[in-house]
Structure formats: structure tokens, C-alpha cells
Design a protein around this ligand. Structure first.
Ligand SMILES: NC(=O)c1ccc[n+]([C@@H]2O[C@H](COP(=O)([O-])OP(=O)(O)OC[C@H]3O[C@@H](n4cnc5c(N)ncnc54)[C@H](OP(=O)(O)O)[C@@H]3O)[C@@H](O)[C@H]2O)c1
Length: 335
């Protein structure tokens, strides 16, 4: 089978495309023919060595997948050949990832793909939807009528947080870096969208909060969060989620934080258990089916050009270069 792989951590160009053996499956694994996989920032951190993980050689990067079950291990109970499945959490902690025509996936980390949902939508939404759902429903709870601010609403995670929070009845404020991206955020339900490049951004936010009330839930997507700026904008008992910026050091005004009963919540999606994710995946499936969650697709890349997909993701997340918004998906059958 064809796959994209590295021999050792390195730049995006070190991703090779070639033939590898079809993976063997264990008793609890599924062999899945990949219809689509998607790129996330963590794939690039692992590939480059920015996050050090013991890697096999060759190593196939990639967390997200959707496809069709080709074969099942003897102890598999939830799926059978021909079933359509999606999932994330691959390519981590020394396991092979999803940039391949066929992958072996433990069934605990696979979820049924609804008939009405394409492989592209299921794969593109996998890690980002599970992340958004963990923050909004597992580590905290968004409630109807609350005001949620997503810093980075056109991003992979941010766009899903906007849609999930809206579906829960929240009022959603967000930021995006171009007119097109701001229009997109409005189209998925954001009530107020700020240009994060505006020189008077903070005054604009301040004025909105003075008119319509402070923030109950702040979702920070940046790798360089400015929590000192956020804290005064929060309502009592507000929650602030951070989920990026391994090297970041925060300036932290403790007084207004504890005096207002605020909570700071950090999490990494790969820490959730398989059982927790299965529950959240059911909820994501319902939203994909009823149309309240739509995953924006930014680029469709053939598997043979996986290196380009990684370059695009790095430009977007690490250098803020991307003119496009939406997920970068990798499609084995695309030529
Ligand atoms: N903890 C976890 O479990 C977890 C899970 C997923 C991702 N992450 C991390 O979360 C971060 C975001 O991931 P992602 O997939 O959403 O990345 P992404 O798709 O690259 O999105 C990043 C977004 O940040 C926005 N942005 C850039 N500069 C900004 C600024 N000054 N103010 C406000 N927004 C700004 C960009 O908006 P514009 O394009 O509109 O400028 C872009 O849409 C990454 O660092 C990733 O590693 C963590």
C-alpha cells in the first residue's frame, strides 16, 4: 500500500511517499481503508521533533481518519467489514498514523460514520470536534444564554467551538483575520466577529462588553495567550480554556482572577479515555447528521503530496500565513 512517512524527525520535505507493507491487525483492531485523513498542528509538531515522541522508523504521521472497515480482529465486537468508521488519536505515542491507504486502528478509538456524512466531513472534523466537545462538555459545561468568546474562530478548533456553542444556545463572540474569514464566522452563527488585526481591537471588545455584558466562557486557541488581558473581561464564575502554547509563560493577575471566582482549565484532547471519546463522538455524529455542525474544508491534497499538506498547516498555525480557512484534508484516491 502507499503511505506518507518519515525515517526520522525533520522538516515537511522529509515526508516521503512510497510503498509500505499493509499493517498487521491485532485481535482488537480494525483494518481500515482510508477514504480521507486530515492534518492537525500536532502532526507537524511530532514530524518535526518539536514534540519528542519515540517514533518507529518508518513513521506514518496523522491522527485523523475516516474510511471503510476491510477486516476485523477476532475480539472486535462493535464493527464488521464494510462498516464506515471515523476517528482520531492515531499517530501518537509511537503508534503509526493515518497518512496511508490502509491503517490498523484499535476498535475502541473508532466511531460509526452516519450514512449521510461523507468520509471527508468525518475525517476533517475528527480531532477538532473531539477537542471542542471535550472543552465544552467534558472539562466544563457551556450553558444556554451564556456568552462565549472564541479567540480564533476561523481556525480548525475555533470554527467547531463556534458551532457547538451556538447549538447549545450560547451567544458567541469571536475573532478572525480577514473579511472573508469574518464572513465565514458569521455564516456559522457567530453573533459578533472582531478583526484580530484591528489596531483598536481591545477598545472594540471593551465597548461590546460594556453594551451587552461580559464573557462567561473564554476559549483561547492561540499558542501565545494573553490571559492578563482576558481576566478583566470575564463575568463572575467564568471559565477560561487554554489548549495551546507548550512554551508559553503567562502573566497572571491573581487578584481579579480569584476575587471573581474564575476558573482556568487546560487540557489536551489525547488524555481523554476511549469511553469518554465514544460518548462525545455520538454527540458529534448527531450534529453532523442534523446539519448543526459543518466542517469547513480549506485544501484537498493527494496522499502523494502529504509534504505540501504539512507545509500548509505549519504556515497557518506557526506563521499565521494562510489566506485560506478550513481543514486541510489528504485523500488517498485523489491524483
Ligand atoms: N490541547 C489540545 O487538545 C489541542 C487540540 C487541537 C489543537 N490544539 C492546538 O491549538 C492550536 C490551534 O489549533 P487549530 O487546529 O485550530 O489551528 P489553526 O487551524 O491553525 O487555527 C489557528 C487560528 O488562530 C488564529 N489567529 C492567528 N493569530 C491570531 C490572533 N492574533 N488573534 C486571534 N486569532 C489568531 C488564526 O485566525 P485567522 O486565520 O483568521 O487569522 C487561525 O484561524 C494549535 O496550537 C494546536 O496545536 C490543541
Amino acid at each position: 500500500m502507499q503511505a506518507a512517512f518519515i525515517q526520522k524527525p525533520g522538516p515537511a520535505e522529509s515526508l516521503q511517499y512510497g510503498s509500505l507493507a499493509v499493517p498487521a491487525i491485532g485481535p482488537q483492531d480494525l483494518l481500515v481503508r482510508v477514504g480521507c485523513s486530515a492534518i492537525n498542528p500536532i502532526d507537524t509538531y511530532i514530524r518535526s521533533g518539536m514534540i519528542a515522541m519515540g517514533l518507529p522508523s518508518p513513521y506514518i504521521p496523522g491522527c485523523d481518519f475516516a474510511g471503510t472497515v476491510l477486516a476485523c480482529g477476532a475480539e472486535v465486537t462493535r464493527f464488521q467489514p464494510g462498516d464506515r468508521v471515523w476517528g482520531s488519536n492515531q499517530g501518537l505515542f509511537g503508534h503509526q498514523g493515518t497518512l496511508a491507504e490502509q491503517i490498523a486502528v484499535p476498535e475502541a478509538w473508532a466511531y460509526p460514520t452516519p450514512d449521510s456524512v461523507t468520509d471527508e466531513q468525518a475525517a476533517a472534523g475528527a480531532l477538532v470536534s473531539l477537542t471542542a466537545a471535550q472543552g465544552l462538555f467534558l472539562h466544563s459545561q457551556i450553558r444556554s444564554g451564556e456568552t462565549l468568546f472564541v479567540n480564533g474562530g476561523s481556525g480548525g478548533v475555533g470554527a467547531i467551538v463556534v458551532q457547538m456553542a451556538k447549538a447549545c444556545g450560547a451567544r458567541v463572540l469571536t475573532t478572525a483575520g480577514s473579511a472573508e474569514k469574518q464572513d465565514y464566522c458569521r455564516s456559522i452563527g457567530a453573533d459578533v466577529v472582531f478583526d484580530h488585526r484591528a489596531a483598536d481591537l481591545d477598545q472594540q471588545i471593551q465597548s461590546e462588553l460594556e453594551q451587552n455584558g461580559k464573557i462567561d466562557f473564554w476559549w483561547e486557541t492561540l499558542r501565545t495567550p494573553n490571559i492578563a488581558r482576558t481576566i478583566p473581561w470575564m463575568n463572575k464564575r467564568g471559565r477560561i480554556i487554554v489548549m495551546a502554547g507548550r512554551e508559553a509563560q503567562l502573566q497572571f493577575p491573581l487578584g481579579p482572577f480569584y476575587v471573581n471566582d474564575l476558573k482556568l482549565i487546560g487540557f489536551a484532547m489525547f488524555n481523554a479515555s476511549a469511553e469518554e471519546q465514544q460518548q462525545l463522538a455520538l454527540r458529534i455524529n448527531q450534529m453532523l447528521e442534523n446539519g448543526s455542525l459543518k466542517i469547513p474544508i480549506g485544501k484537498r491534497i493527494p496522499l502523494s503530496e502529504a509534504a505540501t499538506a504539512h507545509q500548509l498547516q505549519e504556515g497557518k498555525t506557526l506563521r499565521g500565513e494562510a489566506e485560506f480557512f478550513g481543514k486541510i484534508v489528504v485523500i488517498p484516491e485523489l491524483t
